[in-house]
Design a binder for this molecule. Structure first.
Ligand SMILES: Nc1ncnc2c1ncn2[C@@H]1O[C@H](COP(=O)(O)OP(=O)(O)OP(=O)(O)O)[C@@H](O)[C@H]1O
Ligand SMILES: [Mg+2]
Length: 284
């Protein structure tokens, strides 16, 4: 096919030999199958900020470390330099997350490089070598759904143990290769420790997986993994070996309302008594 503009620099610089076809043009990026020597790879061309508009950036990038304090201040001021830094950070965030996650055994495409706003990575494929389908397109059995749901909960835990939350995990961002689920689309990955929205993002990711697999295995719909995972994480006890139940014990001991009211009443008496004594003393 004709080389899309965004991929020209990679052709010119010899990083890819040819563009085979476009896989998808989404809100945030266009994704292509490209040839590199005798291999097929995947190239993701990010759109510029004005065209993206979906992720409210600040919500995700809170707590992310920027390279130097001048850049940090510029981002705070939101001037032109700040926006450029922010843009570069966004485009680098995905490859950084991919490296970090691949290193701890999360199933993600192998990243190769980022060049001129393009991420070059492994092409995830199905058993026949074709680009892998998304989870939302797959018809799966109840048994398969239970197995993959458990696997994805394990992957979410693994990510969190590495300090990251996907932040946009859904059945659109999980591909199915010959061995099972592969997680993609990570430019918005959230730094779990430094972000005030971390739990909300984790909960949404976990519940999106519950909904996706719950379509084939409805018993999954009553599971509650997010709070259980988060409680262990916050206590510093979460490991990839943590045993999870999918049930979260809320504190259901009825609040002792009568006890509290009695206590207030006693305090009121005591205060009235103190006041009476002070008035008596003043009068004397
Ligand atoms: N490494 C890969 N291997 C195979 N297919 C891929 C790969 N990366 C992305 N795709 C395909 O391209 C689509 C878009 O990729 P991705 O989700 O990363 O970008 P996106 O623009 O953020 O998408 P959207 O905005 O629709 O969520 C994916 O749904 C998938 O079908
Ligand atoms: Mg996507």
């Amino acid at each position: 096919m004709k080389t899309p503009k965004g991929l020209e620099p990679l052709i010119d610089d010899g990083m890819i030999d040819a563009v085979v076809r476009r896989l998808k043009s989404g809100k945030e990026a266009s994704v292509y199958v490209v040839a590199c020597a005798d291999q097929l790879r995947c190239a993701k061309v990010y759109k510029e900020a004005e065209q993206r508009g979906f992720h409210k950036l600040a919500q995700y990038t809170e707590g992310r470390k920027t390279r130097n304090s001048r850049d940090q201040r510029a981002m705070g001021r939101r001037g032109r330099h700040g926006r450029r830094v922010e843009e570069a950070e966004w485009k680098n965030a995905e490859v950084q997350a991919l490296y970090r996650l691949a290193a701890v055994g999360v199933r993600v495409p192998v990243p190769y490089l980022v060049h001129e706003g393009v991420l070059l990575m492994e092409l995830v494929r199905d058993a026949h070598g074709a680009p892998a389908p998304r989870l939302n397109e797959a018809e799966i059995s109840a048994e398969q759904a239970r197995e993959w749901h458990a696997f994805m909960i394990g992957q979410i835990v693994r990510m969190l143990c590495a300090g990251l939350i996907h932040g946009d995990l859904s059945d659109f961002n999980v591909l199915l290769d010959a061995h099972g689920p592969v997680i993609i689309d990570l430019p918005q990955a959230v730094d779990a420790a430094g972000n005030n929205n971390a739990f909300a993002m984790l909960e949404r990711d976990v519940n999106n997986m519950r909904a996706a697999f719950g379509r084939s295995a409805p018993e999954l719909l009553t599971t509650e993994y997010a709070r259980e995972i988060w409680r262990l994480y916050e206590a510093g006890d979460l490991t990839t070996a943590s045993v999870l139940t999918g049930r979260f014990a809320r504190d259901e001991t009825a609040a002792d309302v009568d006890g509290v009211l009695d206590h207030i009443e006693e305090e009121r008496h005591a205060a009235a008594e103190r006041l009476r004594r002070r008035q008596e003393a003043d009068a004397a």
